[in-house]
Design a protein around this ligand. Structure first.
Ligand SMILES: CC(C)(COP(=O)(O)OP(=O)(O)OC[C@H]1O[C@@H](n2cnc3c(N)ncnc32)[C@H](O)[C@@H]1OP(=O)(O)O)[C@@H](O)C(=O)NCCC(=O)NCCS
Length: 196
């Protein structure tokens, strides 16, 4: 993981196959297509419409400028499947709901969302390891959490692969009791936990 500042002073991270970089205007279209894809969004309450997706990009940009980290846009520099300017995101953010579990202040979450042609190649894990290393070794965070529904095995497998441990379950405060996505698994990681 090599952190550096881009030409506008925003942090970007490099891994063997990826550049985790600031969001660009031209990422909005492919990101909106991802967020409208039911396969990508199958473990979320609903797909996003283009204006919601664009607004999310703006929020992520603001967060990057304010805190020095974000869920970075992922660019594949080289891989067994070639390169690509934009394949999704991975990185650090602040949950936007009232948290029903104990947490450090601020609560920092590691998260990921990739375009399906790029699934199953270990890219989410590679990017997540870089984000966690940056969070603990550069930002000196006390804890990083992650959460998902029990059915999203691909996501909680990334959590386990990078060394997070399953801590507890919680009910998402925005879900109703009858919503299939109400129950969530919470994973935690501390700076001294082993990083496989
Ligand atoms: C979750 C996601 C980012 C995983 O990306 P990825 O690059 O394929 O992940 P990796 O290749 O690093 O694989 C991580 C692990 O998940 C496993 N996995 C991948 N897809 C899986 C699936 N559909 N079902 C079960 N396990 C799966 C891999 O085998 C690997 O497990 P291993 O450590 O036992 O080998 C990707 O599936 C995605 O973008 N999904 C849609 C968005 C989403 O749900 N984001 C998370 C919200 S909490």
């Amino acid at each position: 993981m090599e952190p550096q500042d881009d030409s506008t002073g925003l942090t970007e991270l490099r891994t063997p196959r990826l550049l985790m970089r600031a969001w660009r205007e031209e990422d909005k279209k492919p990101f909106a297509a991802m967020n409208a894809d039911p396969q990508v969004m199958q473990y979320f309450p609903e797909v996003l419409q283009e204006p919601e997706s664009d607004a999310l990009v703006e929020r992520l940009r603001d967060q990057h400028a304010q805190y020095g980290y974000t869920v970075w846009a992922l660019q594949v520099l080289e891989s067994e499947h070639g390169s690509a300017d934009f394949v999704g995101f991975t990185g650090l953010s602040h949950p936007s709901f009232d948290l029903p579990f104990e947490h450090s202040e601020p609560c920092v979450e590691v998260g990921w969302r990739l375009s399906p042609p790029w699934w199953g190649m270990g890219l989410a894990s590679e990017a997540a390891r870089a984000a966690i290393t940056y969070g603990f070794d550069v930002l000196c965070l006390e804890e990083i959490v992650s959460f998902t529904t029990p059915s999203n095995e691909a996501s909680w497998r990334v959590m386990e692969r990078i060394g997070m441990h399953r801590a507890e379950e919680f009910d998402h405060p925005r879900a109703q009791a009858w919503d299939w996505w109400q129950r969530h698994l919470l994973y935690r990681m501390s700076p001294n936990d082993p990083r496989p």
